[in-house]
Design a binder for this molecule. Structure first.
Ligand code: NDP
Length: 376
């Protein structure tokens, strides 16, 4: 079996290329390019010095042994190591790339170069990883959502939340939403979704997904209040559940126009994207036209890459910050991102259009940096 690997180094005007490595059978150059393009503006929005890139492979880690995953990661880095480095390009995790994969990749980079440098982020805590990086994307999504609701006169506490996905972003989105007093009633994976009206049991979800690497059927089997729905046989998804806030946290194009209509009919108040471009263009327009507060992924999920940049800082100064230190910086960053895009939307006459606000605020910094650096 031969797999193809990709790395798109899109823009380095404001810092070294930075963006995740996706391992999923659907990966192709087009997907990596759209993710890399979005990453430029996302990274700009964080206010930190990071350029935009993305990479990955059509290798599928699902069902493979640790030994097989290690063999793939080592082959992948044997080619990629020539193009990356702490000041050149710093990849991170994404779908299918978690702490295990980053560890194997880091080991191979070190073996080939002899360098102990912050070349990858999402590393384990024993070799340069940052506290709160695992939680960062999901937590950040909730910090921003909380601020967006607050600035529009709502409180997240007491709200019913529907989450899609059950990976890294989804798990910590569920956890933080519950800590903020909301009730999360769904999670999903590529084959099915779970409705748990009593609220998702995060400890059980972590056990099933992070420890056993099992399917959501195991969650439902262990939890009497949960109902499992098979996507293929039922033709349904979690967006049919009535909620105040919807957080798509699985993958691109997972919330389409039909889903948007259902959400609006059920009275949804806010949608914030934990995944990258989960909402189709038509669905985004429909939600906005119907008065739903909508925050695009390039802003809402920027907490992951922001904390990766904090990991780079810690690696450079060879220090480790506490969980509270990183988490409070993350919260500040997310609140600032929301206010920046809100202000940009207002300044350009599109009050409340956070899609336009994020695009404008993210673009301006990159454009100014590129112009200042001349034609190179
Ligand atoms: P994980 O691999 O940890 O989890 C992905 C989740 O989405 C799983 O539940 C998976 O189900 C589901 N999923 C993946 N592909 C599909 C598909 N084609 N159809 C339906 N469900 C699917 O990935 P992450 O949580 O890290 O990433 C989720 C999203 O968030 C992605 O869009 C990613 O780009 C984005 N993101 C991630 C960041 C991070 O820090 N990790 C940062 C910013 C954005 P199954 O197990 O069945 O495959």
């Amino acid at each position: 079996m031969i797999n193809n690997g990709f790395r798109v180094q899109f823009n380095s005007a404001i810092g070294p290329y930075k963006g995740g490595l996706r391992l999923h059978p659907s990966v192709n150059l087009g997907i990596i390019k759209f993710l890399g393009f979005e990453q430029i503006f996302k990274n700009s929005l964080t206010g930190l010095p990071i350029g935009g890139g993305k990479g990955g492979s059509d290798f599928d880690p699902k069902g493979k042994s640790d030994r097989e995953v290690m063999a793939f990661c080592q082959s992948f880095i044997t080619e990629l190591y020539k193009y990356i480095g702490a000041d050149t390009d710093v990849p991170a995790g994404d779908i299918g790339t978690g702490a295990r994969e980053i560890g194997y990749m880091y080991g191979q980079y070190k073996r080939l170069t002899g360098l102990y440098e912050g070349v990858l982020t999402g590393k384990g805590l024993t070799y340069g990883g940052s506290l709160a990086r695992t939680e960062a994307t999901g937590y950040g999504l909730l910090y921003l959502t909380e601020e967006m609701l607050k600035c529009n006169g709502h409180d997240i506490a007491g709200k019913t939340v529907v989450v899609s996905g059950s990976g890294n972003v989804a798990i910590y989105a569920v956890q933080k939403a519950q800590q903020l007093g909301a009730k999360v009633v769904t999670v999903s994976d590529s084959t099915g979704w779970v409705y748990d009206p009593e609220g998702i049991d995060v400890a059980l979800l972590k056990e099933v997904k992070e420890v056993k690497r099992a399917r959501l059927t195991e969650y439902a089997a262990a939890r009497p209040s949960a109902q499992y729905h098979d996507k293929a046989s039922e033709g349904t998804n979690q967006w049919i559940i009535k909620c105040d806030v919807a957080l798509p946290c699985a993958t691109q194009n997972e919330l389409n126009l039909e889903d948007a209509k259902t959400l609006v009919a059920n009275g949804v108040m806010a949608v914030a994207e934990g995944a990258n471009m989960p909402t189709t263009l038509e669905a985004t327009k429909y939600l906005q036209e119907n008065g739903v507060l909508f925050c695009p992924g390039k802003a809402a999920n920027a907490g992951g890459v922001a904390t990766s940049a904090l990991e780079m800082s810690q690696n450079s100064e060879r220090l480790s910050w506490t969980f509270e230190e990183v988490d409070s910086k993350l919260k500040n960053i997310m609140v600032n991102i929301f206010h920046n895009l809100d202000a940009a939307a207002k300044k350009y006459g599109m009050d409340g259009d956070y899609v336009a606000g994020a695009n404008i605020a993210g673009f301006l910094k990159v454009a100014e940096a590129m112009t200042a650096q001349g034609i190179v």
